[in-house]
Design a protein around this ligand. Structure first.
Ligand SMILES: *[C@@H]1O[C@H](CO)[C@@H](O)[C@H](O)[C@H]1NC(C)=O
Ligand SMILES: *[C@@H]1O[C@H](CO)[C@@H](O)[C@H](O)[C@H]1NC(C)=O
Length: 318
């Protein structure tokens, strides 16, 4: 009894007691700061590991990871001009589109040899190794450094056949961007079921640009398999209204495709002064460096990523 009393009076015991009290107060304080995580940890501790996994899945995005495999959709950029913006731009599209969009970069053998075997960007190489981004070689007959060459490439069946079995193809070019602040995603537009959606080239006619466009791949192949040919119609003078984008959208309109009004289209992409006045918060921009250089500051406030896009290098369209 006298020893217990002595211990009770000892400094040692008081020191241990105060450490324990401090420990519990700190614990309670941390729990109060972060009660949800603390509870989750506790329940995970009580449950077995299989329910731990399902707890994680229930709160995670349900977007399917389709890396390396084309399913219902695919994003495509075809470009043979290497600039220091190219890799950051494609990686940005990859981040915004998410894991369910394979991204295919079509370029020339020359550009691959010079800049991509491997690339000096370790970030890019990792994405390619993971098959999140694929590099493919265009046919040697294609030359993407002229507008005519780009139109030929996009108006022939080869590319569209290569992208099977995708139903929807997002075409983007180095002078386009999609914005992280977008209220709608590309998938939202896909679900609306447009056969073509892109910035409009005319306020009321169903004519759209191609440089940032979401297209129905099978309808494009249907049009081509019926004997329509942009190259021949352009050479013969039968078609005088311009590139493959105007041509395809006109052909689609003629067959009663589901095409957006100007107001609907501008939610997706904006590319002219008159668009910018009408729609301040689109998902994306195309060609604004050339068409509306005075509005870049304003665009930057909604879409700072516009800095990754650059004025196109192709000669002006006629
Ligand atoms: C592609 O076309 C450009 C001009 O349009 C030309 O200067 C270049 O040599 C061509 N490249 C190839 C590989 O044919
Ligand atoms: C694409 O067009 C084809 C007709 O060529 C049509 O049957 C199909 O429903 C369209 N697909 C989508 C996803 O809109």
């Amino acid at each position: 009894m006298s020893t217990i009393l002595a211990l009770f009076k000892s400094r040692q015991l008081w020191r241990i007691t105060s450490i324990l009290v401090l420990f519990f107060i700190t614990g309670a304080f941390l729990f109060a700061l972060n009660p949800r995580e603390a509870l989750a940890d506790k329940s995970n501790f009580l449950l077995d590991t299989s329910s731990y996994d399902s707890t994680i899945d229930a709160t995670a995005s349900t977007t399917e990871n389709a890396y390396g495999v084309i399913k219902d959709k695919v994003a495509v950029i075809s470009d043979t001009q290497y600039t220091s913006r190219l890799i950051p731009l494609i990686l940005h599209f990859h981040a915004i589109l998410g894991p369910s969009w394979p991204i295919i970069f079509y370029t020339s053998q020359e550009t691959i040899t010079k800049h991509f075997t491997p690339s000096s960007s370790s970030i890019w190489n990792r994405a390619v190794d993971d098959r999140r981004i694929q590099i493919r070689t265009i046919l040697p007959e294609h030359n993407l450094t002229s507008r005519y060459g780009v139109n030929l490439f996009l108006s022939r069946p080869w590319l569209w056949e290569q992208l099977a079995p995708a139903k929807h193809v997002l075409v983007f070019q180095a002078d386009s961007i999609i914005c992280g602040n977008g209220k709608m995603s590309v998938d939202d537009f896909m679900e609306e079921g447009w056969d073509w959606i892109a910035a409009t080239l005319h306020p009321t006619e169903h004519l759209y640009n191609g440089g940032l466009s979401l297209r129905n791949r099978s309808m494009i192949l249907d049009i081509l398999s019926e004997g329509n040919n942009w190259e021949e119609e352009t050479t013969s003078g039968e078609w005088t209204m311009g590139g493959e984008d105007v041509w395809f959208s006109r052909k689609m309109d003629e067959r009663g495709a589901k095409l957006p009004s100007q107001k609907e289209a501008l939610r997706f992409a904006v590319q002219h002064e008159w668009h910018i006045t009408e729609e301040k918060e689109p998902l994306g921009y195309h060609k604004v460096h050339k068409n509306a250089p005075g509005r870049l500051r304003e665009i930057e406030r909604w879409c700072p990523e516009i800095a990754l896009a650059a004025p196109g290098i192709l000669e002006p369209s006629t």
